[in-house]
Design a protein around this ligand. Structure first.
Ligand code: HEM
Length: 506
């Protein structure tokens, strides 16, 4: 939208939209009921229509006669696409109002930041990119049946989501988060190629600033990958519901089937459905990350959302893999299971604290280990460190965050790491009692060591890019492996103080 309509255009459009609303109100009752709002809603609607429809926008911007412009808006409102756009807007209006109010409170002008014009192009691109993995799953499992195909798709989606989390860290660490300052496109284009002029202008004005050609590409590749994952999750959801319906028809939920195939829970189509909802929410956090200019709480929630998505995708991936290989759940003691849940809770807290370090750029506040600034307890300001809702680098009162505040943010993550690493090491030890979870135990041990090494490298090796990306990957992998343990096990009875079926397959 930015820079495309002439200055007088918006006011002209406001009067045209009234005409258009009146005309539409006078025709086609069913279509009208479906497509048009009433009163001011109709006006807002025309705005949305103009935002969504590049063709209409450029026609309006190129100075057609007023009567022709009214006709254009009118025709578009009644076209199926215009109508769909309006319905989507109607559905989205409630949540949008809340978001816009929050943005206004944060002093962000949302009008310049959201340009919905490239949404369709981006979705098409995501679909095209997803066709590769989908075709691969299909070709490799042609004769494997729907269970095998769904299992392969869920494992592949989990793997690509893990890559997406890694690429997200790379995007942040290369300062590319604002490489395209609007959302979902780049200066209103689906690719930085269409925004070459604007990017070149921004880069010339500030060569090391947030917008450069390289950063724009990194940011957009992250969005393409995210859209691809979204499409794969949609495919998973459709396949899971179709399969559930087929199985239901074939003899009731779970009836007549054996082993993991009949145990419903892990295979429930609600898991991919929840993941689909989650990935949409994650997209919204991605948008706010950009439009709210790297607001630390939002970026941290975006990181947490990414790890949460991995956990949600891990459950069906494990359940379907167990079903495909006719494998039951490993029996573990209730105490070990409770330990796994506790480990997961501590990990989530640690990921949040880590995200808080990185999104506040507090990594360099301590450059030695185990002491910080040569002291076991350096000067720290925890009241600043724990102010959550504030812009990057500032406090709620508008003053700059102090070095003591940044040190507290950094040190909190380090102190919590001692607890989390000890708890996970304990879990690793206890998992040695369960041969059926030996693979998970090996992965847990390897990633725990990697996590400590990369965490230390961040501190003492002056924050190398590879170590920082691997540190995010390690955290995501640790969350995934604990969820894997939980999804692959169930609590069992104890005899003589020992699990009855220690290490045995149920
Ligand atoms: C199980 C243990 C740990 C977990 C789960 C964990 C998790 C995380 C996460 C998720 C981040 C944010 C990464 C991002 O935003 O991309 C982070 C950042 C960080 N962690 Fe850890 N961490 C752990 C242990 C450690 C240890 C032992 C140290 C060092 C002594 C450490 C030092 C750091 C530093 C310096 C950062 C900021 C890096 C940056 O800004 O890119 N972490 N951690």
């Amino acid at each position: 939208m930015r820079g495309r309509l002439s200055g007088s255009q918006p006011s002209r459009i406001v009067s045209y939209q009234r005409h258009a609303a009146l005309k539409v109100a006078a025709t086609g009752p069913a279509w009208r009921a479906l497509c048009m709002g009433r009163g001011p809603a109709a006006g807002i609607w025309v705005h949305v229509l103009i935002l969504c429809r590049p063709g209409l926008r450029s026609n309006l911007a190129h100075g057609a006669e007023p009567s022709r412009q009214i006709a254009l808006i009118y025709e578009d409102l009644l076209s199926p696409t215009g109508c769909a756009c309006g319905i989507a807007f109607r559905l989205a209006r409630g949540p949008c109002r809340v978001v816009h109010a929050a943005l206004r409170r944060a002093g962000v002008s949302e009008q310049a930041l959201y340009d919905l014009a490239p949404v369709l192009e981006l979705m098409l691109l995501g679909l095209l990119l997803a066709l590769g993995p989908l075709a691969w799953v299909w070709l490799r499992n042609r004769s494997g049946g729907s269970l095998k195909r769904l299992q392969a798709l869920s494992v592949l989606t989990l793997f690509l989501t893990f890559d997406l989390v890694l690429f997200g860290a790379f995007t942040r660490l290369t300062d590319s988060g604002l490489g395209c300052p609007d959302w979902p496109g780049c200066y209103g284009s689906a690719s930085p190629m269409g925004a070459r002029a604007q990017i070149a202008e921004a880069q010339a004005a500030m060569p090391t600033g947030p917008v450069t050609h390289g950063k724009a590409w990194i940011e957009m590749v992250h969005r393409y990958l995210a859209t691809t994952v979204g499409v794969l999750i949609i495919a998973m959801t459709i396949m899971a519901w179709r399969r559930a319906r087929r199985l239901g028809r074939a003899g009731g939920a779970g009836a007549g089937r054996t082993g993991a195939e009949g145990t419903g829970g892990a295979l429930s189509p609600w898991w991919p459905t929840l993941a689909l909802f989650w990935v949409c929410l994650q997209g919204a956090f991605g948008a706010w990350t950009v439009t709210m200019k790297l607001f630390p709480a939002i970026v941290t929630l975006h990181l947490l959302g990414g790890t949460g998505l991995l956990a949600l995708l891990c459950v069906p991936a494990v359940g379907l893999s167990r079903a495909a290989s006719q494998q039951g759940a490993a029996v573990i003691s209730p105490a070990l299971r409770a330990g796994l849940w506790l480990g997961l809770a501590l990990l989530v807290l640690q990921v949040a604290l880590g995200g808080w370090v990185s999104t506040n750029y507090a990594v360099l506040a301590c450059s030695s280990f185990p002491t910080c600034q040569g002291s076991w307890w350096p000067a720290m300001d925890f009241s600043q460190a724990l102010q959550i809702w504030r812009p990057l680098g500032l406090l709620q009162d508008g003053s700059n965050i102090s070095f003591a505040g940044l040190t507290a943010i950094h040190y909190l993550h380090r102190l919590a790491a001692y607890v989390v690493v000890a708890a996970l090491a304990g879990l690793w030890w206890r998992l040695g009692e369960v041969p059926a979870l030996a693979s998970q135990r090996r992965v847990l041990g390897a990633f725990l060591v990697l996590q400590v090494l990369t965490g230390l490298s961040n501190v003492v090796l002056d924050w190398p890019l590879v170590a920082a990306v691997l540190h995010t990957g390690g955290a995501a992998a640790l969350v995934t492996v604990i969820v894997w343990c939980l999804a692959a096990s169930r609590p069992g009875a104890l005899r003589d103080g020992l699990p009855v079926a220690r290490g045995e397959i149920a």
